[in-house]
Design a protein around this ligand. Structure first.
Ligand SMILES: *[C@@H]1O[C@H](CO)[C@@H](O)[C@H](O)[C@H]1NC(C)=O
Ligand SMILES: *[C@@H]1O[C@H](CO)[C@@H](O)[C@H](O)[C@H]1NC(C)=O
Ligand SMILES: *[C@@H]1O[C@H](CO)[C@@H](O)[C@H](O)[C@H]1NC(C)=O
Ligand SMILES: *[C@@H]1O[C@H](CO)[C@@H](O)[C@H](O)[C@H]1NC(C)=O
Ligand SMILES: *[C@@H]1O[C@H](CO)[C@@H](O)[C@H](O)[C@H]1NC(C)=O
Ligand SMILES: *[C@@H]1O[C@H](CO)[C@@H](O)[C@H](O)[C@H]1NC(C)=O
Ligand SMILES: *[C@@H]1O[C@H](CO)[C@@H](O)[C@H](O)[C@H]1NC(C)=O
Ligand SMILES: *[C@@H]1O[C@H](CO)[C@@H](O)[C@H](O)[C@H]1NC(C)=O
Ligand SMILES: *[C@@H]1O[C@H](CO)[C@@H](O)[C@H](O)[C@H]1NC(C)=O
Ligand SMILES: *[C@@H]1O[C@H](CO)[C@@H](O)[C@H](O)[C@H]1NC(C)=O
Length: 773
């Protein structure tokens, strides 16, 4: 076998340009254990199942060498599949992954059915149409690796893997931009200079510049007329019996790797985009900064901050002191400032002051409750909110990072998961407070027996309710098979949200059209919790809430069955010009959503904090009446770190600021999210839109600016006749989006304001704290 391989490998270098390929005909299939891949003619590359974790994933890998090196993965973020899955090149020309249950996932998405597939000796998996034209190839959809002869075309990017052994999406990307510039950014950032950490310097060379790699490791950029505009590496590495490739590593640095195919051994890095491992922005997570120590990067935390997760730097740092509510105290007493010198940070101030000395900047930050850190440099004091991002040591930096810190807390108090910080519902707090008070009185009068009785009575309350009279409203339990039937095998996907995928279905007996949501990230251990939540959700009844009709809960599957909403989501109608509702309708929509949330907060048996209010979660029924969906699910799901990663300060989206701080999350977090959405509904645009001029990009900031300058006409446009009503909506939105939760009105008050029954005071500046309602 070894010698055969050797010959095959020898032939690679001689025939690579001839693009030899193995043809795969329709109806061929692969399974993880037998016939697990389709090899290229030399046997060097293969397409098929590779081992990942305790299952299998699909991709292209180097099969001819001892180290199983994956160079491309299909659906890289999908979980690995068990051994009973099948990969099929179906008779209708699609490459699909079939689970044992019969679910199908499309591996690639060509525009038309293929009639032939092929695996080439260059490592490219291709699909051809009946005319022999390539309609899809893995080379056009790279993951983190570029192979010799593969091009990174304009608009495409490499995205690093999460770790050296995993292949799911990681933290960094290398983008071939349409302006001819090849640039590296962290994932989930804009393509703008402040986020870049490596660039080729070839901007202005026009569209269709490509990144190319030759067999000898020569990496270079060609312009649209194939003129070499820049050599990134000079190449010249051995090619005989050797393979050279380029990979964007998990640490955000891209490297040229070589391996002698005839010798066992590791890949050796011949070249790397930087020697400074602190270059990739954000390698230390939030509130951490990177320090080079003997060629190795090391992460440090801001003063009085501690690693969220010792041993995993990417999870960042969090406060190791208690963040008091700023409003409760006068001035600087509870906080002091600590400084970090010689560091660079992302510079996104919400306010910039001109000051003469560092001390003035410290004082300004201490006096401003919104200020959590400030960057002082050259007479400028730039006040920022946490988290600080992209920190790294830079001995040339003249910045002082001034961090507001307070009393230390013990590590024990710190590590509670954020969802647990949700305050117990107010009714329960009141109930338990009164029970305790009552109990104490009883204790004094009747002694310990009666006290005990009351504790028991209190404990019994939820049980009584659960089995009580509301039977007819209780959502039904379905089996997985039933739901499979209703949805025709989960065929028609109608949406994909943060919780899972939604399929359309029909209950044959009642002819009711349903939406079946398959939850993906549910906490595994949450059995009882799931049942309880179903009961809580099942008991909600309101015109402006989506009805839960049933659920399925077996060993592996958690599904929810809702009534079907034929008009999609609020985002669909609000942000598409042809469906956009008129101003009067938008006002009515806002009022109706507010009614739904008031019900969740104050009127249903158990208070429900939604935690994820946004236009995508407001569904529109056939009468164009809005209904809140996805409520009651927050408790069931793992807290999603990525949310806090992407929603940062100015662009924090719908997420209330207290989520980023060590502060309890209450109903006021929903008020904040509603406020952001209300401004969107009012102005008919997304809350962040970088295609607009900078001053207008962030809706809250722009709206406040217009409001303050009396420029409401700029916002309203010609379409809005009732300017007074428009201004009311704007004012409500500004009140709801204040940073300090206690200043935001309750949803009940919000509704009264929207209905016009109470006066709306002038909203304070988002940056000033002490103006109370
Ligand atoms: C594979 O298919 C292509 C296009 O149909 C053909 O030109 C080529 O000869 C085939 N190769 C093999 C090895 O069958
Ligand atoms: C594997 O595939 C080959 C040809 O593609 C076929 O002859 C063989 O029977 C298959 N083996 C199994 C176990 O399916
Ligand atoms: C497929 O394999 C998985 C995991 O080994 C198992 O849970 C599942 O029941 C299997 N499905 C069938 C239909 O055999
Ligand atoms: C870039 O390529 C596309 C597609 O091949 C072509 O339509 C476009 O005109 C090209 N642009 C330039 C500037 O050459
Ligand atoms: C590519 O670069 C060459 C040399 O600078 C230039 O002559 C040519 O016009 C460029 N092509 C395009 C499409 O810009
Ligand atoms: C890049 O290197 C090649 C040789 O590998 C050389 O011919 C070419 O002129 C270089 N191009 C630039 C832009 O330096
Ligand atoms: C690869 O390894 C073989 C065997 O050790 C050796 O003879 C050959 O010179 C090596 N090739 C290169 C390019 O280093
Ligand atoms: C290859 O690299 C791994 C990890 O870096 C190391 O443990 C292993 O010893 C290396 N193997 C060889 C043959 O150098
Ligand atoms: C480290 O933390 C990040 C973010 O919290 C997470 O995505 C990653 O999986 C963790 N890595 C390890 C090895 O635990
Ligand atoms: C807050 O103000 C009160 C009265 O104005 C004063 O007694 C107290 O010392 C102040 N506390 C701090 C921390 O400055």
């Amino acid at each position: 076998m070894a010698s055969i391989l050797f010959f095959l490998l020898l032939s690679v270098s001689f025939t690579a340009s001839a693009q030899r390929q193995t043809n795969i005909s329709l109806r061929s299939s692969l399974t993880p254990l037998t016939n697990s891949s389709w090899f290229s003619p030399s046997g060097l590359y293969a397409f098929g199942f590779y081992r990942q974790g305790n299952g299998y994933s699909i991709g292209v890998f180097l099969a001819g060498i001892s180290l199983n090196t994956v160079v491309w993965s299909a659906k890289r973020d999908d979980p690995p599949v068990p051994t009973n899955a099948t990969l099929l090149f179906s008779s209708d020309g699609r490459v699909v992954l079939q689970s044992a249950q019969g679910d199908e996932t499309l591996i690639d998405s060509p525009s038309q059915p293929a009639s032939l597939a092929a695996m080439s000796d260059s490592g490219n998996f291709m699909l051809y149409d009946s005319d022999g034209k390539i309609i899809w190839q893995s080379f056009d959809h790279p993951t983190d690796t570029l192979l010799p002869t593969q091009q990174l075309k304009a608009g495409a990017e490499l995205v690093s893997s999460a770790s050296e052994t995993g292949h799911s999406t990681g933290f960094y990307r290398l983008k071939m931009q349409h302006d001819g510039h090849l640039v590296q950014y962290p994932v989930d950032t804009q393509d703008t200079a402040p986020y870049s950490y490596w660039a080729s310097g070839t901007n202005g060379y026009g569209d269709n510049v490509t990144l190319n790699l030759d067999q000898d490791g020569h990496l270079y950029l060609l312009n649209a007329t194939l003129f070499n505009i820049k050599n990134i590496t000079v190449g010249g590495y051995p090619t005989k019996e050797t393979i050279n490739m380029m990979k964007l590593d998990a640490d955000g640095i891209f490297r040229i790797y070589s391996k002698n195919l005839t010798r066992n051994g590791n890949w050796s890095a011949e070249w790397s985009s930087t020697e400074d491992k602190c270059d990739p922005k954000g390698s230390c997570g939030l509130n951490g900064y990177c320090v080079m120590n003997d060629l190795e990067a090391e992460c440090r935390c801001l003063p009085q901050f501690a690693f969220v997760n010792q041993g995993n730097w990417t999870s960042g740092c969090e406060r190791a002191f208690r963040a008091e509510s700023c409003k409760d105290k006068n001035g600087s007493g509870a906080y002091t400032i600590e400084e970090v010198r010689f560091t660079d940070w992302e510079d996104v101030p919400y306010s910039t002051l001109s000051v003469t000395a560092k001390g003035d900047c410290e004082q300004a930050c201490l006096e401003d409750c919104n200020c959590e850190a400030a960057l002082f440099d050259d007479g400028k004091c730039r006040k920022q909110r946490l988290p600080l991002r992209f920190g790294r040591r830079n001995m040339g930096s003249t910045n002082f990072a001034l961090v507001k810190v307070g009393k230390p807390i013990s590590p024990m108090d710190r590590n509670e998961p954020i969802i647990e910080k949700k305050k117990p519902s107010r009714t329960i707090v009141i109930v338990s407070v009164s029970f305790v008070a009552f109990g104490l009185v009883m204790f004094a009068i009747f002694g310990i027996i009666i006290y005990r009785y009351h504790v028991l009575a209190y404990k019994r309350v939820p049980n009584n309710d659960g089995t009580g009279s509301n039977q007819e409203f209780a959502p039904r339990a379905f089996t997985f098979a039933e739901l499979g039937n209703f949805t025709g095998g989960f065929k028609e996907e109608i949406g994909r949200g943060s919780f899972g995928t939604v399929y359309k279905g029909l209950i044959p007996s009642t002819q009711k059209v349903i939406a079946v949501k398959r939850l993906e990230k549910v906490l595994a251990e949450g059995e009882r919790e799931f049942q309880n939540e179903m009961k809580v959700i099942g008991k909600t009844h309101h015109r402006n809430l989506v009805r839960l009709l049933g659920y399925c809960h077996d060993e592996h599957n958690r599904l929810l069955v809702y009534e079907y909403m034929s008009n999609g989501s609020l985002a669909d109608i609000l942000f598409s010009p042809e469906k956009r509702p008129c101003f009067i309708e938008r006002l009515e929509i806002a009022r109706n959503i507010a009614r739904g949330i008031v019900y969740l907060h104050e009127e249903c048996e158990t208070q429900i904090i939604h935690c994820d209010i946004k236009p995508q979660n407001i569904l529109i029924d056939k009468y164009r009446c809005p209904k809140v969906s996805d409520f009651g699910l927050a408790k069931l799901l793992k807290p999603d770190q990525t949310n806090t990663f992407t929603g940062i300060r100015g662009t924090r989206g719908y997420v209330a600021p207290e989520w980023h701080r060590n502060m309890p999350v209450t109903v006021k977090a929903d008020v904040y999210s509603f406020g952001v959405m209300l401004l969107e509904i009012t102005c008919c645009r997304k809350n962040v839109d970088y295609s607009l001029p900078e001053a207008e990009a962030i809706l809250e900031v722009w709206v406040y600016q217009c409001f303050q300058d009396g420029g409401m006409d700029k916002l309203a446009g010609d379409e809005v006749a009732d300017k007074r009503q428009f201004e009311r909506m704007v004012k409500v939105g500004l009140w709801c989006t204040l940073d300090e939760p206690s200043l935001r009105p309750s949803m009940k008050k919000v509704l009264l304001m929207l209905e016009g029954t109470v006066e709306i005071p002038i909203p304070p500046s988002p940056n000033s704290f002490f103006t109370a309602i």
